[in-house]
Design a protein around this ligand. Structure first.
Ligand code: UD1
Length: 417
């Protein structure tokens, strides 16, 4: 078992490029099934969730090669349409294979997906939406057997919540439907746009991605293409949080700064200087940060739930009080226990957390319980006095590629042992 050993309070400086987006590449990998041809994805991050998705693709029969952040997936030899429980339970995004498999083969069978325990995470919105397209879903003791006896037909689908995964599932599946599908109350995250860009370059006809209404005209055939995955806005937010926790100054390159509006305004409220130049962001942070008044997680373009934990760790050491309201997931304060052990002052009541900034944090042994919570403990360790040992790296490795190397390049003292 490995752990990260962080000797904190080293002022971060320097510049790095940011990895490709985990939340973009996972649905795009599922969507590679549609063409039945070869797709090449550039800027693909090497993460355990990506490796888990490759295992699913290979199980289904696809040929996948992955080296140096380039992934080639040939979905021609696909011969399976059911996914074993052990592969499904690796991660939440495996549910996107439901829409992709039905689109390609007309049927699919799989169990409930896994993922971090940050709330109940039901899939009712996915299932209801796919049913509207003509999919019959039978729940056979926890295994969903899905088929489309009369083919897939375009439909008007009003999502009860702008679920990212459900929007992706419908977009993928509707490409193979007859006629027009209109999704209202669709998720507007940049990763939705990246998936639409990939599918459109394959020959799909999707408009409105990034807006609340997405229109998909079904097409007969898609083709394999080359696509570059967008940069990871959450990995970027995590690195900036780490930098600010140390009073540092770093530049992140190869980003799309407009994807980070709500996050960057929190950094500014904390007293950081944020300089955007083309595709790079330079963050210059003060020695003592001001606490932002309120951090309220919302669907995009609001403040992302995935950045809540690292930002909380960053301002654990600050001057003032911050109110956090977590509106997306029910159990997303799993990092608070670790932060308290390091000397933070945080009280949690349901979806609200009240943070009273402290003068310093101290290093100790902490254990991650979920992906972004793991990132938060690393951020806290970077800003803490003394040594922090972070266990539970299986969570961190789901979303961050070689984080110790990236942080070391930025002047932090971080080792994996
Ligand atoms: C995606 C991201 C995740 C991010 C989240 C919200 C990926 C791989 N993961 O997750 O990092 O934190 O968006 O931005 O892209 N819900 C239901 N029923 C459903 C689906 C969702 O009740 O059928 C609820 C969820 O429990 C949650 C909320 O809707 O409370 C948002 O979930 P959703 O947007 O679907 O998140 P994911 O796609 O799972």
């Amino acid at each position: 078992m490995s752990r990260l050993v962080i000797d904190g309070s080293r002022r971060m400086k320097g510049e790095v490029s940011v990895q490709g987006s985990k939340n973009s590449v996972l649905p795009i990998l599922a969507a590679t099934l549609l063409s039945g041809e070869e797709s090449i994805l550039y800027n693909c991050p090497d993460l355990s969730d990506v490796r888990g998705t490759i295992n699913i693709l290979r199980y289904l029969g696809c040929r996948v090669e992955f080296a140096g952040n380039t992934l080639i997936c040939d979905s021609r030899p696909l011969h399976e349409n059911s996914i074993p429980n052990s592969l499904m339970r690796e991660m939440r995004s495996s549910i996107i294979f439901l829409g992709a498999l039905i689109a390609r083969t007309g049927s699919a069978s799989m169990c409930f997906p896994g993922g971090c325990e940050i709330g109940p995470r039901p899939i009712d919105i996915h299932l209801k939406a796919l049913e509207k397209l003509g999919v019959i879903i039978e729940d056979d003791h926890g295994v969903f057997k899905c088929y489309a006896p009369d083919g897939l037909n375009g439909a008007k689908i009003a999502l009860s919540f702008p679920s990212v995964g459900a929007t992706e599932n419908v977009m993928i599946c509707a490409c193979a439907a007859d006629g027009t599908t209109i999704i209202t109350n669709a998720a507007r995250e940049p990763e939705i746009c990246d998936l639409a860009d990939y599918l459109n370059s394959c020959g799909a006809n999707i408009s409105g991605a990034g807006e609340g209404t997405i229109v998909i005209e079904g097409v007969q055939k898609l083709k394999g293409v080359c696509h570059t995955v967008i940069p990871d806005r959450i990995a970027a937010a995590t690195l900036l949080s780490g930098c600010a926790a140390t009073g540092g100054r770093i530049t992140l390159k190869q980003l799309i700064p407009s994807h980070m509006g709500a996050v960057l305004s929190i950094f500014e409220e904390c007293g950081c200087d944020v300089l955007i130049k083309g595709s790079s962001i330079t963050l210059d942070s003060p020695f003592i940060m001001k606490s932002p008044k309120i951090v309220r997680t919302m669907p995009y373009p609001g403040f992302p739930t995935d950045a809540q934990a690292p930002i909380m760790a960053m301002i654990a050491k600050s001057k003032g009080t911050t109110l956090f309201i977590e509106n997306i997931f029910e159990n997303r304060y799993l990092h608070v226990g670790g932060l308290l052990r390091m000397g933070a002052n945080i009280k949690v009541e349901g979806k609200v957390a009240v943070l009273q900034g402290v003068e310093s944090l101290h290093g100790t042994d902490v254990e991650a319980m979920d992906l972004r919570g793991a990132a938060a403990l690393v951020v806290a360790g970077l800003g803490a006095d003394g040594r922090t040992n972070v266990d539970g790296l299986k969570y961190l490795d789901r979303g961050y590629e070689n984080i110790e190397a990236v942080l070391s390049k930025l002047g932090a003292d971080v080792k994996r042992i």
